[in-house]
Design a protein around this ligand. Structure first.
Ligand code: CS2
Length: 472
């Protein structure tokens, strides 16, 4: 079958896929995007595609993969084109965004990345490098490019972190300023003042591609697309109104981005409701032998649990005004049968994800003297998940930078919930400063881990739901 590229685009167009409605030949990159995963390609790159469609040609992307060469090379061979299957209650349609002008691989072509950051036509850097990607090396890389810009008298850049971290822009700014200080105080001042690092909240469920999705692309579009993706209709991008070029705010807003003074209300709601529920379902589902999120949320016990967690533990501390609609939309989004979002994909790197997803809610509930049973249950499910074996005895690999520390503890204490909770609660980088020494927290997590061991995760969660209903 013909490979998707500029020449074969017409075949997919005939089959009804939405196409870039602009000339791509003369498009040059203005955005350097670091972290060429599925998420960027189905989120920011589609917003940039919408802007390009409006005739604003300042949003072509150079996509930088961190290490893996396969996707970058595939996209290069496909002239930056890939198909996105968008599944919502309204139906399924395919779109081929055109914003990706070129790709490269950081580990192989670092000088190309540095030169691209320093190029006169570059206006933005966007990043989706995952929670564990915010290393001093990353900041050093960005600063190498910024140093050249500074030397050449070029303007600073808008540098937007699009990862699920609280105050993501601020964190990146702090890291870049530190990296610049190692070069010179003057550069550090320039990075701090001439570049801006807006905080942002990004939201769209974009599971990693599967062979089934690639086959669906072949069947629907009549071309071979080795970079095809699936996602949902919903997307949201809320970004702080701070840009080097002030015209970017209205431009982004015209494409559906929410440009605000303060991202925090949106970021908190998203991290604690969506991602908090995701991480809970991921561990529970994996332990129960459920493969994907829609299988989890279609278990009545889990749906009740997730709804109650969001309503009674998370929401009381949110300032996002429309949280009720956000919650109800989430329950529907989780149930989307087309997404097939693997629980193991979400459970990956949990040690890096938990800090912004669960402990803030626990701390706020504790301050009120209110209940945090649902989050304690999620923590227990994760500790059980760390054993690497589900309730039917099937084993799975853990993918987590702390796996080597955590898994032996979970296995050694598999029959002693109190010891397991004590050992795994001790990590401040996961739980924050207070929970590692909080006896009440540990006792509730121990209780739920004991229940999970005795009853299995689904019956244990049903018992939590029942206790919660009678306590209301
Ligand atoms: C998920 C997120 O993998 C995960 O940890 O919770 O990738 C989630 O799908 C996105 O943040 C949705 O916007």
């Amino acid at each position: 079958m013909t490979q998707l590229n500029t020449q074969s685009l017409a075949i997919a167009a005939q089959r009804g896929a939405a196409m870039p409605a602009y000339d791509r030949q003369s498009l040059t990159p203005s955005v350097v995007h670091i972290g060429l995963g599925a998420f960027h390609r189905a989120h920011q790159a589609m917003v940039f595609d919408a802007l390009l469609s409006k005739g604003d040609r300042r949003w072509g992307v150079l996509g930088v993969a961190m290490r893996s060469t396969q996707l970058a090379d595939t996209l290069k061979a496909q002239d930056g084109l890939y198909a996105v299957q968008i599944a919502s209650v309204k139906g399924i349609h395919w779109q081929i965004p055109g914003a990706m002008v070129d790709t490269c691989v950081l580990a192989r072509e670092e000088a190309t990345v540095v030169q691209a950051i320093a190029a006169p036509g570059t206006r933005w850097i966007t990043l989706t490098v995952t929670e564990k990607g915010y290393t001093p090396e990353l900041a050093k890389l960005i600063v190498q490019g910024l140093k050249l810009r500074h030397q050449q008298g070029l303007p600073g850049l808008t540098i937007a972190s699009c990862d699920n971290l609280s105050h993501n822009g601020k964190r990146l700014q702090a890291a870049c300023v530190v990296a610049a200080q190692a070069v010179s105080a003057e550069l550090a001042t320039w990075v701090d003042q001439a570049c801006v690092f807006p905080n942002s909240m990004v939201d769209r469920i974009v599971p990693a591609a599967t062979p089934e999705r690639l086959q669906a692309a072949r069947d629907s579009l009549g071309v071979d697309d080795a970079a095809a993706l699936g996602t949902e209709g919903f997307w949201e991008w809320v970004i702080e109104d701070r840009f080097v070029d002030p015209s970017d705010g209205p431009a982004l807003a015209s494409a559906g981005v929410t440009v605000v003074r303060d991202v925090a209300p949106f970021e908190e709601a998203k991290l604690r409701m969506l991602n908090g529920s995701h991480s809970a379902m991921a561990s529970m589902g994996a332990v129960a032998g459920l493969k994907v999120i829609c299988d989890c949320i279609s278990q009545p016990e889990i749906k009740t649990y997730v709804r109650d967690m969001m309503t009674d533990e998370v929401a009381p501390h949110l300032s996002r005004p429309d949280w009720v609609e956000y919650r109800d939309a989430l329950l529907q989004r989780f149930a989307n049968p087309e997404l097939k979002h693997s629980v193991h994909q979400i459970a990956m790197d949990s040690s890096q994800k938990i800090p912004q997803r669960w402990p803030p809610t626990v701390a706020l509930q504790m301050q009120k003297g209110a209940c945090y049973e649902h989050i304690a249950f999620a923590a227990a499910a994760w500790m059980r998940y760390l054993q690497g074996r589900n309730e039917a005895g099937a084993s799975y690999a853990l993918s987590d930078p702390m796996a080597e520390q955590l898994q032996p503890l979970a296995i050694a204490h598999a029959n002693d919930p109190a010891a397991c909770v004590k050992a795994i609660s001790a990590f401040e980088n996961v739980w924050g400063k207070d929970l590692p020494t909080n006896a009440a927290w540990q006792s509730r997590v121990t209780y739920w881990l004991t229940q999970i061991n005795a009853l299995g995760v689904l019956r244990a969660v049903a018992s939590l739901n029942q206790a919660h209903a009678t306590s209301k």
